[in-house]
Design a protein around this ligand. Structure first.
Ligand code: T4K
Length: 374
């Protein structure tokens, strides 16, 4: 009999800085009586993250979704945008909120990111941009996407919600495309409770983004564009500074946990786990397995439900596909025959518990349960 976990094991748990350190920092904010609107703590965090993420310019936001809405506005994207159906609802919703029609393109069977080889056939005169998602921190085929975008004069935006610290050949992931969005939600390896950021290479674009996230206010007497409130506050910024100090250690712990998962599951027929990609720095954001029902003998959904009985809560990210939502189902690009790989992948993926407070023994225990389900 394999024992149940005595406490619920979640798919993730947030990094929590020591409360004493937080209260010391809070005292500084209280003393300054400056709570938001580009305060000192905000400015400090922005500088720290620019270096950490190896990006030329960065703008902090109150969450990743508003950041992505502003990214589309700042590039004046309109009409149709080619994107992936295998993502969190925020990605296509951001397009809809900008009056843009999402055009769903199928995904790569290995990386699960937008299939760059299929993008070109979906381009029409209405297409203005490509919105790729670095799914689970795995980079899109940035080289091919850039080549297509240059040839057709399209903008490129990356949803890098999962890609904090991901790098390609030593280059920060935020250096690719026109804009990259990061999410700093509590469930992310690096977080600011809620939060996000946009990375850009062009200083003029950074200025435009900073105006857009602050109502378009240029100075006390000039409002130069219809902006929104996308500002990160000082409490978020101090949490970010403290969490940043913990990120390297957390990454090391996650590396050990990932190795344990790999070791315990590598020989299990029907279960696969993506290995490291040459030249790519892993973001250690999620630990995702794929379950081939025919080979494993049980479906992904069976494993998901059975694990719950052992107090292990996993997630079927990103089920259902965005193209199956009632608000997008009627789009011509949502037809299942256009998205065969995405339909297969979405039935196979399961995000397993992955956070530094787990021990390798916990991971071995989870793997033993999974193996017993065959
Ligand atoms: N693009 C992509 C590709 C994204 O994945 C996301 C967000 C976005 C855009 C938008 O970025 P933001 O606007 O959020 O910055 C979670 C997050 O809420 C969401 O940010 C994230 N992606 C998504 C993948 O995961 P849920 O619905 O799975 O969250 P929830 O509440 O079920 O939490 C998951 C687990 O985390 C729980 O089982 C327990 C644990 N948890 C969660 C919270 C909130 C904690 O232990 N403590 C907590 O405070 O969406």
């Amino acid at each position: 009999m394999i024992p149940k976990f005595s406490e619920t094991i979640y798919v993730t748990r947030p990094l929590l800085p020591p409360l004493e350190r937080l209260s010391t920092k809070l005292q500084d904010v209280w003393d300054a009586q400056w709570l938001t609107n580009n305060g000192m703590e905000h400015q400090n965090l922005e500088k720290m993250l620019m270096e950490y993420l190896k990006v030329p310019y960065l703008s902090l936001f109150n969450n990743g979704t508003i950041a992505l809405i502003v990214a589309c506005q700042s590039l004046r994207v309109s009409g149709d945008v080619i994107t992936t159906p295998f993502t969190f609802p925020a990605t296509p919703h951001v397009l809809t909120w900008n009056n843009i029609r999402p055009i769903f393109c199928d995904i790569d069977p290995v990386t699960m990111t937008i299939d760059a080889d299929k993008i070109e056939s979906m381009i029409t005169p209405q297409t203005t941009a490509i919105l790729g998602v670095h799914v689970f921190g795995t980079p899109c085929n940035v080289e091919k996407i850039e080549e297509i975008a240059n040839r057709y004069g399209l903008k490129v935006i990356y949803d890098g919600a999962h890609a904090f610290q991901a790098e390609i050949d030593g280059k920060g992931i935020g250096q690719f495309g026109d804009i990259t969005m990061y999410s700093f939600h509590a469930t992310k390896l690096f977080h600011t409770l809620e939060g996000g950021a946009l990375a850009v290479k062009d200083p003029h674009l950074k200025d435009r983004i900073d105006l857009l996230k602050n109502f378009g206010i240029k100075n006390e007497e000039e409002v130069v564009m219809p902006g929104i409130n996308g500002k990160m506050n000082e409490i978020q910024a101090i949490v970010g500074q403290l969490v940043l100090e913990m990120v390297d250690e957390e990454r090391n712990k996650r590396r050990i946990l990932r190795d344990t998962y790999l070791r315990c599951l590598e020989d299990v027929d029907g279960i696969s786990l993506m290995g490291d990609i040459p030249g790519v720095k892993n973001s250690y954001q999620y630990l995702v397995i794929r379950i081939d029902e025919k080979k494993f003998g049980k479906s992904r959904d069976h494993v998901y439900h059975e694990l719950k009985k052992y107090n292990v809560v996993t997630r079927k990210y990103f089920y259902p596909l965005c193209s199956e939502y009632t608000c997008y189902r009627q789009l011509p690009s949502s037809v299942a025959s256009n998205l065969p790989v995405a339909h297969k992948v979405v039935e196979e993926v399961l995000a397993l518990p992955f956070y530094g407070r787990l021990t390798p023994d916990d991971v071995e225990h989870i793997c033993t349960i999974i193996k017993s389900l065959r």
